[in-house]
Design a protein around this ligand. Structure first.
Ligand code: GLN
Length: 251
């Protein structure tokens, strides 16, 4: 058994699980495991106890408006103060689509129903009836300074706007991103990363997976911890295939 241990906290896997969002958890698990790291996945849903010391990376997936309404009380009122502290103290979070919206201040559904969200990061979301549904390409600057292309898939009615304390996670090359207007996608605050890209995001973007693993393990074991090198050969082939295919289609 390895001395290095990583626990992934998967929030609301029974409710926020659109378009294979579990794939992101599996990518984190697999790329850690292949390096000999001892990995555990803890599922945390409504009514479950949340102990931040037990979690090294938190993952919140996407969901429909209906599911977001079902979990909002548990998320905002019960777990909310703990989640805010985790984010402020630099715990690593990856939040997708509905999970991203729930971290912000509010989500105004296109029918006028307003969901007061956690307000852990300075963003808000207002929806329109017309959804953004498409394969996407982004440019992202990793925390190492390396700039890479990333591929994803988005399906959302929400338009998200960022406040001044939050940076965009990526630049849109193809797709709508946060709101279809400003050319940016997702949000980055401390070690919290949010995106509208669903389940195959980390499987197809291994350097982003490794960035999250590295940040989490440095948080846990200190800045001198170096994530062992691991090939990205097969993931890169999947990403290149996706980009080549998208090049042949109209944006
Ligand atoms: N319900 C939200 C929206 O439509 C989030 C959807 C999702 O997570 N795909 O914007």
């Amino acid at each position: 058994m390895s001395e290095i241990k990583l626990t992934i906290g998967h929030f609301y896997p029974d409710l926020l699980n659109l378009y294979g969002d579990r794939g992101n958890v599996l990518a984190l698990y697999t790329r850690a495991k292949r390096r000999g790291i001892d990995v555990e996945i803890k599922e945390i849903s409504i009514g479950d106890e949340l102990n931040p010391a037990d979690i090294d990376i938190a993952f919140i997936g996407g969901g429909q408006d209906n599911e977001q309404n079902i979990l909002k009380d548990d998320f905002v009122k019960v777990k909310g103060p703990i989640i805010k502290d985790m984010i402020e103290s630099g715990k690593v979070f990856l939040c997708i689509c509905g999970g991203y919206q729930m971290l912000g201040k509010y989500y105004l559904e296109h029918d006028g129903n307003k969901l007061d969200c956690l307000g852990a990061i300075d963003v808000y979301t207002e929806a329109k009836k017309e959804r953004f549904i498409q394969d996407t390409i982004y440019e992202v600057e990793l925390t190492s300074g390396q700039v890479v292309k990333a591929v994803g898939f988005e399906n959302h009615s929400g338009r998200t706007y960022l406040g001044s304390s939050v940076k965009p996670f990526m630049k849109v090359v193809r797709g709508a991103g946060n709101n279809g207007e400003d050319g940016y996608e997702g949000a980055h605050y401390k070690n919290t990363f949010c995106t509208y890209s669903h389940g195959s995001f980390l499987p197809k973007n291994p350097l982003i997976t490794d960035m999250l693993l590295s940040l989490a393990l440095k948080q846990k074991y200190g800045d001198t911890y170096e994530l062992p090198v691991l090939s990205t050969k097969f993931e890169d082939i999947a990403k290149e295939q996706a980009m080549t295919y998208l090049d042949t289609k109209e944006a």
